[in-house]
Design a protein around this ligand. Structure first.
Ligand code: VIB
Length: 199
C-alpha cells in the first residue's frame, strides 16, 4: 500500500457531536441538522457524530448555524468537535469545492457561548508561536476568556466566537505545513455561565 501523503486539497472537515441536556435530545440534534441549510457541504451523521466537509467558509457557516439552531431550543447543549484541513487522504469527493461564495445560513440572532479550543499545526516546528499569536488575537478581539491546561477559553456572542475560530483556523496553517487540526468544545445555555453554581 502507498504511504498516505498529506493531501493538498483545500477541503475542510468538521466532525462534531451535539449533546443536549434534555430528554428530548433526539429532537434537538435532528432539528438543528435539519433546519440548517447544508446544500454547500457534504454531510453524514452516524450514531456518534456528524461530519461536514467542503470549503472553509461553508463548513464554518453550517457549523455555526447548527449550534445556533440547537441553542434556540433554550436547552443546555454541548457541541464538541474537530476541524481538520490538509488531512492525509482527504482529497476524494471534492465536488463541494465548486460551491460559490454565498453563505446560506444568515441568522444573526445573538447567543452567548462559552468555549475552549486547541490548535494543532501538524509538523510545524513553529507551532507554539502560531498558537500564542492566535491567543493574542483573541485577547485583542475581546473574545478571550481564560487560559488553562491543553486549551484556551473563548467566549462571547456566537457570531464573534465563530468568526474568531474561522480566522484562527485560516491563520494557523501555511503552504508548507498545510495539515492543521483544531478542537473546539462549546457550552450553550449552561446554568454555569455568569458564575452560577449549576453544572
Ligand atoms: C451532531 C451529532 N450527530 C450525531 C450524534 C449521534 N446521535 C446521538 S442521538 C442521535 C439522534 C437519534 O439517532 C444521534 C444522531 C450526535 N450526538 N450529534
Amino acid at each position: 500500500m502507498e504511504p498516505l501523503q498529506c493531501g493538498t486539497s483545500p477541503i475542510v472537515g468538521f466532525r462534531f457531536s451535539l449533546h443536549p441536556m434534555t430528554g428530548d435530545f433526539i429532537q434537538v440534534i435532528k432539528g438543528a441538522l435539519r433546519e440548517t441549510d447544508t446544500t454547500n457541504v457534504w454531510m453524514h451523521t452516524d450514531d456518534v457524530s456528524t461530519v461536514i466537509r467542503g470549503r472553509q467558509l461553508h463548513v464554518f457557516n453550517a457549523a455555526k448555524s447548527i449550534a445556533l439552531h440547537a441553542a434556540k431550543t433554550g436547552v443546555h447543549v454541548a457541541m464538541s468537535g474537530t476541524f481538520s484541513v490538509g488531512c492525509p487522504g482527504d482529497s476524494a469527493g471534492d465536488a463541494y469545492l465548486d460551491k460559490g461564495d454565498e453563505l446560506l445560513n444568515t441568522d444573526t440572532s445573538k447567543q452567548y457561548v462559552s468555549s475552549q479550543f486547541a490548535l494543532y499545526p501538524m509538523n510545524n516546528p513553529d507551532y507554539m508561536a502560531i498558537i500564542y499569536r492566535e491567543v493574542e488575537r483573541a485577547k485583542a478581539l475581546g473574545v478571550y476568556n481564560d487560559s488553562m491546561h491543553y486549551a484556551s477559553g473563548i467566549h462571547g456572542d456566537i457570531h464573534d466566537v465563530f468568526a474568531f475560530y474561522e480566522e484562527a483556523f485560516a491563520n494557523a496553517r501555511t503552504s508548507e505545513n498545510a495539515h492543521l487540526v483544531m478542537t473546539v468544545a462549546l457550552s450553550i445555555n449552561s446554568p454555569s455561565h455568569g458564575g452560577g453554581s449549576g453544572a
